[in-house]
Every structure is written in C-alpha cells, then in structure tokens.
Design a protein around this ligand. Structure first.
Ligand code: NDP
Length: 243
C-alpha cells in the first residue's frame, strides 16, 4: 500500500489531486485546517476510488510546527510511512506593497514557505529510513517564477518553495526520492475567485481561460508514475502559456 499525503485536500487543487491519485491506486491521506468534514468526505471518495481503506483526515495549521509534527508522527506511527507527499495547502493575502502589512507578509511566508519545512521535516527521514523510492511534489505558482503585482509576499514564498525543492531534490536524489514543483497559473478555485477584472486577466493568457484543478492534478499524477522516476529538481508550469 502506497500512502500519499495531500495537504489542503478539502477543496480546490488539493481535492482534485487527492481524487486523481486515488484513481491511480494510491492510499490517499487527506488534510485540512478548518474544513475537516470536507477533508473526510474527500477521504471517503478516495477510498472508494482506490479500493484502499479509508484514512482519517489529518488536521493541522501548517504554520504551527509542533502541531504539524505531532499529527504526522501519530499518523505514521499508526499507519506507516508515506510513499509520497503533495505539499499543496497554501494561502494568499494580496495587497499593493504600500499597504502590505507585516501580518500579511508573516501569514503567507509562515504558511506557504515555512509550512513546507514544517511538513517535510517529520516525513523525509522516515521515507529515507524505510528506503521508499517515493515522491515529493510542492505547489509553487507562476507568481513565484515571474513575480506578480499585489503579491510581493506570495511571490516571495512561492519562489522560496522552488529553491527549497531544488535543493532537497539534490539531497534526496541518491535515495531515489524525486522532489519537484508544479507551478500553476490561474486555476478556477476559491483562491482565484477573488481576482478582479477576470476578463482582462483571461486576455493575458494565451489560452484565454483559467485552468481547472483537474488539469493540475494530471501533472502531479504524472510525477507519481513509475515512468517519472528520473524527473527531479524540476518546476513544471501549468498555466495556459501565461509565462
Ligand atoms: P484553496 O484556497 O482552494 O484551498 C486551500 C487549501 O489549503 C484548503 O484545503 C485549506 O484548508 C488549506 N489551508 C489553508 N490555510 C492553511 C493552513 N494555515 N494550514 C493548513 N492548511 C491550510 O487553494 P487552491 O486549491 O487554489 O491552491 C492550492 C495550491 O495551489 C496553493 O498552494 C496555491 O498557492 C497554489 N496555487 C493556486 C493557484 C490558483 O489559481 N488557484 C495558482 C497558483 C498556485 P481549509 O479548507 O481547511 O481551509
């Protein structure tokens, strides 16, 4: 049984990734911080798709290092190490730089960048010790590659994710564990719903539309395939040609 943790799988991209990996036969562990019921519903749907036992959804705030470690260590002790982790959960707090308050900077860095450390630190050594030739995928963003107006904090966090992924990929390559980033453009989720002037934004995208969570999930699922074992230290964009 190959267990895969997908953070932020109560909704949006994470939910689509969880369902897609379950369809591919992985035993998916879902997660949320507030919408616990939605994460458990996703877990039940995953179990139905994969034929694997239903797992209890994990609940933690990525910014709370001790809580993340406690939840992951308890889950691994009870159910075994992970074959893979999809570091998907994330937040944004957008504002033009003159009104970007310290709290907004801290919240996004603490969740999206430091949260990646908090998540991976407890799970990587157990994967190495168990000689799992597994997969780590982190969600970055076109903002982390190109920078985006009103997202100085988010662009910094998502660029940091890319640096962390590339360095960790080098460290884990000998172990056969691949580490990659997937960088979506604008995807139809609650996070993107707040975007103003949506028609104008679509005009800037060569494909003239937003992407779907399933289109991101397909790329994540590719990285989990046996055939992708030699793909590591990469950033794969899913953005309709935006950048
Ligand atoms: P959503 O806002 O739809 O969902 C966010 C998920 O993250 C939810 O499951 C939420 O849990 C969880 N979450 C939020 N805050 C925390 C926290 N502090 N600790 C733990 N979990 C948390 O996001 P998307 O599906 O749109 O985005 C998924 C990933 O893709 C993110 O990393 C995002 O930055 C990235 N991305 C998204 C793009 C887009 O256009 N949508 C574009 C580029 C990148 P709960 O339901 O409990 O609140």
């Amino acid at each position: 049984m190959k267990r895969v943790l997908v953070t932020g799988s109560s909704r949006g991209i994470g939910r689509a990734v969880a369902l897609r990996l379950a369809k591919d036969g992985f035993a998916v562990v879902t997660h949320a911080v507030r919408n616990v019921e939605a994460a458990q519903t996703a877990a039940a749907e995953c179990a139905a798709l994969s034929g694997m036992p239903e797992q209890k959804a994990l609940v933690f705030d990525l910014a709370d290092r001790a809580a993340v470690a406690a939840a992951l260590e308890a889950d691994m002790a009870a159910n075994g190490v992970y074959f893979g982790v999809v570091a998907n959960a994330g937040v944004n707090a957008d504002a033009p730089f003159p009104i970007l308050e310290g709290e907004m900077w801290d919240r996004v860095i603490d969740t999206d960048l430091t949260g990646l450390y908090n998540l991976l630190k407890p799970v990587v050594m157990p994967m190495v010790s168990a000689r799992v030739r597994g997969r780590i995928v982190a969600l970055s963003s076109v903002s982390g590659i190109a920078g985006n107006r009103g997202q100085v904090n988010y662009s910094a966090a998502k660029a940091g994710v890319i640096g962390a992924v590339k360095a960790l990929a080098v460290e884990l390559a000998k172990r056969g564990i691949t580490v990659n980033a997937v960088a979506p453009g604008v995807i139809e989720t609650e996070m993107a719903a707040s975007i103003e002037f949506q028609d104008e934004v679509k005009k800037a995208i060569p494909m003239r539309r937003f992407g779907t969570p399933e289109e991101v999930a397909g790329v994540v699922a590719f990285l989990f395939r046996d055939e992708a074992a030699y793909v590591t230290r990469q950033v794969i964009s899913v953005n309709g040609g935006l950048f």
